[in-house]
Design a protein around this ligand. Structure first.
Ligand code: NAI
Length: 331
């Protein structure tokens, strides 16, 4: 068996972590033969709750989990970590403007970037889940200059899984038969869920577009359903998506760790090189393939006028968020 790796989960006493810790500890993310040291960070008022989570981890009797370190100290939490799930963030409270949320959370990610820079392994892979995920990832990376920018990514996998599932339900096929759906841009309501390049493997491989035969649905209801799914879950559950967010975080990190299957791409927010006319130097969700823990943006997919407008709108929002976030950090 290999040596244990240190994995940090922030917001470890929260809802998403409650599902995510089990997936990781069970070997569903880093592999069934990879022992783990789980480092769990939350804020001081949550330490009692976190200790309850630690009790449950022990009670799960997970053979891969060799040590659990609950802490409120980033210096302890980030020490020598090889993978980081940055989930912890301030939730949006009643009456809070989006701007207030951005400003509160960006400061958390600035501080955690600095801590990663000081204490984590330089090869650490950092997945940002806490919202606004794309801009938090950008800020986190900016304040961790000794770690390659390519090692920071933001989660749009939940949106991808939602989109894939909508198509599978519509076609009445198992969800794993639908591949290569793309989420472009920001993890927000401006994201562009794009099924134009998706395929369906059901008695041969066909494009999702030709299987669905309803372009109006693909450019209206499908897009809207995926864009607003988070709000729909909150309205129904009175709490935000947690089980599905944890599953998506596991899927995202597993693909970074173990690579994407041949012929398939996945979506994640990564530092933009301006591909597809996206603004440079924002964390923009692109289709990527991954090998040896390095992602490559899938190039040369045709972009029609509809897609162009959608990509421009989400890119513009990311530029605005970047400007606001940098102003907060520099104050
Ligand atoms: P939650 O409120 O249940 O848990 C968040 C935890 O983070 C709390 O225990 C809190 O004490 C902790 N926390 C706050 N500040 C912290 C800090 N500085 N360091 C460490 N821990 C800190 O929230 P939940 O449901 O687990 O969601 C977490 C985040 O994930 C939210 O920002 C949410 O908007 C985001 N999210 C992102 C999704 C995506 O697709 N990218 C999907 C769903 C949620």
């Amino acid at each position: 068996m290999p040596e244990p790796i240190r994995v940090v989960i922030t917001g470890a006493a929260g809802q998403i972590a409650y599902s995510l810790i089990y997936l990781i500890g069970n070997g569903d993310v880093f592999g069934k033969d990879q022992p783990l040291i789980l480092s769990l960070l939350d804020i001081p008022p949550m330490m009692d709750v976190l200790n309850g989570v630690v009790m449950e981890i022990y009670d799960c009797a997970l053979p891969l989990v060799r040590e659990v370190i609950p802490t409120a100290d980033p210096a302890v939490a980030f020490k020598d970590v090889e993978a980081a799930f940055l989930v912890g963030a301030m939730p949006r409270k009643q009456g809070m403007e989006r701007k207030d949320l951005l400003s509160a959370n960006v400061k958390i990610f600035k501080a955690q970037g600095e801590a990663l820079d000081k204490f984590a392994k330089k090869t650490v892979q950092v997945l940002v889940v806490g919202n606004p995920a794309n801009t938090n990832a950008l800020i986190c990376s900016k304040y961790a200059p000794s770690i390659p920018r390519e090692n920071f990514s933001a989660m749009t996998r939940l949106d991808q899984n939602r989109a894939q599932s909508q198509i599978a339900v519509r076609l009445n096929v198992p969800v794993d038969k639908v591949k290569n759906v793309i989420i472009w841009g920001n993890h927000s309501s401006t994201q562009f869920p794009d099924a134009r390049h998706a395929i369906v493997e059901s008695g041969g491989t066909v494009s999702a577009e030709s299987a669905i035969k309803d372009n109006t649905w693909l450019t209206t209801e499908f897009v809207k359903t995926v864009q607003t799914r988070g709000a729909a879950v909150i309205a129904a559950r009175k709490m935000s998506s947690a089980m599905s967010a944890a599953k998506a975080a596991g899927d995202h990190m597993r693909d970074i760790w173990l690579g994407t299957p041949s012929g398939q791409h996945v979506s994640m927010g990564v530092i933009s090189d301006g591909s597809y006319g996206a603004p440079k130097d924002v964390i923009f969700s692109f289709p990527v393939t991954i090998q040896n823990r390095k992602w490559t943006i899938v190039k040369d997919l045709p972009i029609n006028d509809f897609a162009r407008n959608m990509l421009d709108a989400t890119g513009k929002e990311l530029e605005e968020e970047r400007q606001e976030a940098l102003a907060v950090c520099e104050n």
